[in-house]
Design a protein around this ligand. Sequence first.
Ligand code: LMR
Length: 398
Amino acid sequence: MFESLSAAKPDAILALMATFREDPRTDKVDLGVGVYKDGSGNTPVMGAIRKAEAQLHKSQTTKTYVGPAGDAGFNAAMIDLVFGDDVPKDRIRAAQAPGGSGALRILAELLRRARADATTWVSDPTWPNHVPLLGAAGLNLKQYPYFDAASGTVRFDEMIAVLGAAKAGDIVLLHGCCHNPTGANLTAAQWDQVTELVLEKELFPFVDLAYQGFGDGLEQDAAGMRRMAAKVPEMAVAASCSKNFAVYRERTGSAFVLGRSPDEAHIAIGQLLGVARGMYSMPPDHGAALVKLVLQSQELTTEWKDELETMRLRMLSLREGFAEALRRQSNSDRFDFLKHHRGMFSRLGATPEQVEQLRAEHGVYMVGDSRINVAGLPENDLDQLAAAILSVMGSSAS
Ligand code: LMR
């Protein structure tokens, strides 16, 4: 059987995690996989989640199946968190999913079932796992221009031009906030323009919301997507709790469908649950049970929001401190884009060879496209890190 298989190509992000772990250097710096880290380099369990865990330990009386849609209370709480008040809730249905990736995958399968000949447009670049994940569901993928590396900004006019030429019924994958890997986001006005385009060209928006609360704030990060959801007839949204509730390994996320009518939404969710049943049957419960307890308690919600805000502000101050260190040492503004980006990631603009040199000579780990995880920046050694980066990338203004 297996002799017909060739060795799998390692996943860039997961392989980097493993190489970092094996590196014996004590001064190594992990700017690789997108997990939040505190000032000591740890990814702690949030206080609100710990309390929810203690409550669950006492109150849970059964481990029987939750069913393909997961927990109804979790689904309702997630609809509120993601969509707020301005979107017609009777046209939205939710399914608990194994992480944001699981949500993306079942929604992709649903969209292929619904319209097999559609093209799915993804940003250039996009999260590396989008391509295998959506491709494996059978979606036909093409790229739209998104990021201008030289200026660190969104190539918005080109994006609109390419999407404007897409055929009616095509699917557009958008990052709800905190674009991964670039950190360059659409402005509110640009979200509105994309919404107009989606309506005019009859495109189908598919939004990946993996970092709500990591950019400009919980409400702000969802605002563009919510305004879109209030106007478009149909939409799919995949949301992750991995980052904003720090429950990564619990695999907790939501798949949402917005239908033209409550009846269509009902049909779409039925098909989506059929997809889930055929793939993993039912989602894991633990992470969703914790998130539900947090979101259903005013006290725990307040505590969670405070903790999330602390994480967000820490990432912002790391962005500023690092941009400042690079500005001082290079005597140029070429890395100022780091302060303007939002979320966990930015791309430094180093070549793959320079990325490798940083790893080999300085123990600085980042993804091969020079994506850095801002939360991994060492707050007390930003100058040293800036010096290492400039020694490899060249310190002159360019
Ligand atoms: C990342 O982009 O690093 C995270 O979303 C983790 C992952 O699964 O790749």
